[in-house]
Design a protein around this ligand. Structure first.
Ligand code: ZN
Ligand code: ZN
Length: 369
């Protein structure tokens, strides 16, 4: 295996090929990658400090001595690794200086700190720096089989944890305690961490679409919304279920059924080639027709992968076309201040033929005795 390039059987080899095409399209000789998720996607390196220089020919990963051992096992020969003893930036000038044909270098304007941009101008004056957006993010939208398998594992862990926590849900527990049990169960199921602080929102607090768990105690009759995920090999899952503690009221049942139907319709309709806004409209028009349009105040969904919120977006304003291979969430909700909120979120793989719902946890309204 040649250091600096993944072996041809390695999924990273396909990714480097896709990047090579993107560099040619953008008329760049190299791309300076500072997004840690994209660095991981390209090289396998999961450390928290590093830079990658990607050219049509090779990947160079710069990181510091703390990661020397980790980099060897994660990256292997897929990139030329430079272990830096002082500044990543000093090492960067040396690496770039050794690439005689490189002149136009893209940088990720969404991920480069302004302080570091100033370094490019002050110390990197030999090169022409070009701002780019979403070069790697767009490539990362299409998951390969390895990535889908990791996401499937992360979904399995989340569903296993949900089953455990629903068993122990009881009046008197605070939302934070429930979140703690949920996160313990996620760890127990093998999750490497949490893509975001798990949301447990009960009673009228469930009407806050981005509530964190708080000190409110669960009471009989509450809607309890749980939104959380697991991480497997760096890949995230993201699911939401809403249950009722005790017997559901007829109104809770009615609103729940509307959300469930919106979720089912959107999950069945979403497919590659469709724009994100068209997928969003499937759920939104249904909820609107049932009289709750104003109560669905957020987007239908987002891509998941190495980051829990990534492309493609499924939103009213998303005119991007959904690619095959993307894994997206479908998460319609209805939020009524003072009453509560209901959201049902699933993870869906877009295939050449249509879509496959990867998360299988039951979606009927659960009344937790
Ligand atoms: Zn979620
Ligand atoms: Zn989500």
């Amino acid at each position: 295996m040649t250091a600096g390039r993944p072996a041809s059987s390695d999924p990273r080899s396909v990714r480097l090929g896709a990047l090579r095409d993107a560099l040619a399209t953008a008329d760049l000789d190299a791309l300076l990658v500072s997004s840690l998720a994209s660095i991981r996607w390209l090289t396998g390196f999961s450390g928290s400090s590093g830079l990658v220089v990607a050219t049509a020919k090779e990947l160079v990963l710069l990181t510091d001595f703390r990661y020397a051992t980790q980099v060897e096992s994660e990256v292997g020969g897929a990139a030329r690794v430079v272990i830096v003893s002082q500044s990543l930036w000093t090492a960067l000038w040396e690496v770039l200086g050794g690439m005689s044909t490189v002149q136009r270098v893209g940088f990720e304007s969404m991920h480069l700190l302004h302080r570091d941009f100033q370094r490019l101008l002050e110390q990197g004056g030999r090169w022409q720096w070009r701002p780019t957006t979403d070069v790697l993010e767009l490539l990362r939208e299409r998951k390969d089989a390895t990535e889908v398998a990791a996401i499937r594992r992360a979904i399995g862990m989340a569903e296993q944890a949900l089953a455990v926590v629903l068993e122990s849900l009881a009046p008197g527990l605070t939302e934070t305690q429930v979140a703690g049990r949920l996160e313990a169960a996620l760890r127990d199921a093998g999750s490497e961490g949490f893509p975001f602080p798990s949301i447990v929102a009960s009673g009228e607090r469930s009407a806050l679409p981005h509530a964190r768990a708080g000190d409110r105690r669960l009471a009989v009759g509450d809607l309890v919304l749980l939104d959380f995920g697991a991480i497997a090999d760096g890949y995230c899952s993201d699911i939401t279920r809403t249950v009722v503690l005790g017997r559901a009221s007829p109104e809770q049942v009615d609103v729940y059924e509307i959300v469930r139907e919106a979720n089912a319709r959107a999950a069945a309709a979403v497919r590659p080639g469709m724009r994100g806004m068209d997928a969003d409209a499937v759920a939104r028009e249904y909820i609107d027709a049932r009289g709750f349009g104003e109560a669905f105040g957020h987007s239908l969904g987002h891509g998941i992968g190495l980051e829990v919120h990534e492309g493609p977006r499924l939103a009213r304003t998303a005119d991007g076309v959904l690619p095959p291979g993307a894994v997206v969430t479908i998460e319609p909700g209805i939020y009524r201040p003072g009453w509560g909120g209901i959201r049902i979120e699933d993870d869906v793989l877009l295939t050449e033929e249509g879509s496959v719902v990867l998360s299988g946890f039951r979606r009927d309204l659960l009344e937790i005795a």
